[in-house]
Design a protein around this ligand. Structure first.
Ligand code: NCD
Length: 350
């Protein structure tokens, strides 16, 4: 039985398998309408969400399954101080699969280690958001017809934007993919992300635009800024509008995980290159494909999710957003990557 915490938990072959299933669902929706009859998805959202939670729920309904839901941490046992580990054990008694969003980095892994059903990470702080990446991948596939030989511009909040981190993990495994990172100095991609890929940094959207096959716009993650004045200063750093869209290639696809704040002018929606609303729909199909895959695997193999690779103890994670900072009974654990020690929960360097 497997949980999905990061896009890297899925091999390139498995990602292609999910894309193929999603394409088949699009072509033959009725053949899937009973696929999860009698199964329950629990959506646990400790942080606000519209499209991610609703697209998970719509996905389960379209597979003929049911949904039970916790949409507000303030009215759940979390407000009484229940740990993520306990919540995961309890929900395992009621549901067959969990989709969880939590503000703490690494919370999804804690849930997966304690649940006896598959857990899908629907966003853990600024860390990962693998099912948004599945939506992004199906969109890239449908818009561009390929995953290799692409120049991808990532624009906006590359520091706190978890969708960007998960997308890089997925796309850096394909041949000849170049990332152009467009952000203010203060919101650059964390250094640990830049390993082993082809990255270029710039602060200018206009300079990068003519070279891009895909432009992935993101909003600044206001809720993750420690200093509100910094957010105010940076919030309008990049605005895509019909004027600068003239600089983009004729077949450049514009993606955005949404919600947008004002980094894409509404007038751009008319442009055929604007793929972000199609992307939101693609997310539902990919979540259907993922639920089917994980429930299918869980039916065959009940053994527990474990973090793979060699795990060591004896360090403290310095990331203030790490789940280990609030759930004190969790021992900090790390894995070695080259010279570095990375927290197994949030991937921050220790
Ligand atoms: C993203 C998220 O939650 O990280 N939204 C989403 O999943 N559709 C992006 C964001 O909130 O900016």
């Amino acid at each position: 039985m497997r949980s999905i915490i990061d896009t890297l938990d899925l091999t390139v072959e498995e990602l292609q398998g999910l894309v193929d299933t999603a394409m088949d669902i699009i072509a033959n929706p009725s053949s899937y309408s009973d696929a999860c009859r009698g199964k329950k998805l629990a959506t646990l959202f400790f942080e606000p969400s519209t499209r991610t939670r609703m697209s998970f729920e719509a996905a389960m309904y379209e597979l003929g399954g049911n949904v039970i839901s916790m949409t507000d941490a303030a009215t759940s046992s979390a407000s009484k101080g229940e740990s993520v580990a306990d919540t995961a054990k309890i929900v395992s008694c009621y549901a067959d699969i969990i989709a969880m969003r939590h503000p703490r980095e690494g919370a999804a892994l804690v849930a997966a280690n304690n649940a006896s059903i598959p857990v899908i990470n629907a966003g853990d702080g600024g860390h990962c958001h693998p099912t948004q990446t599945l939506a992004d991948l199906l969109t890239i596939y449908r818009e561009k017809g390929r995953f290799d030989n692409l120049t991808i511009g990532l624009c906006g909040d590359l520091l706190y934007g978890r969708t960007v981190h998960s997308l890089i993990h997925a796309m850096s495994r394909y041949e000849n993919v170049k990332f152009i990172c467009i952000s203010p100095e203060e919101l650059k991609l964390p250094a640990y992300m830049e390993e082993g890929g082809d990255y270029e940094n710039t602060t200018s959207l206009e300079e990068a635009l003519p070279r891009l096959d895909i432009l992935y716009m993101t909003r600044l993650q206001e809720e993750r800024f420690a200093d509100p004045a910094q957010y105010e200063r940076l919030k309008n750093s990049y605005v895509l509008n019909p004027e600068n869209m003239k600089l983009a290639k004729e077949d450049c696809s514009v993606l955005h995980p949404l919600p947008r704040v004002n980094e894409i002018a509404v007038a751009v929606d008319e442009d055929p290159r604007a793929a972000y609303f199609r992307q939101a729909l693609n997310g539902k199909y990919m979540r259907m494909a993922l639920i089917l895959k994980l429930l299918g695997e869980a039916a065959k193999d009940k053994s527990k999710t474990v973090v793979t690779g060699e795990i060591e103890e004896g360090c403290t994670c310095n990331n203030p957003k790490c789940i280990t900072k609030v759930e004190q009974e969790l021992a900090c654990k790390f894995r070695r990557v080259g010279e570095k020690k990375l927290c197994i929960y949030c991937d921050a360097e220790m």
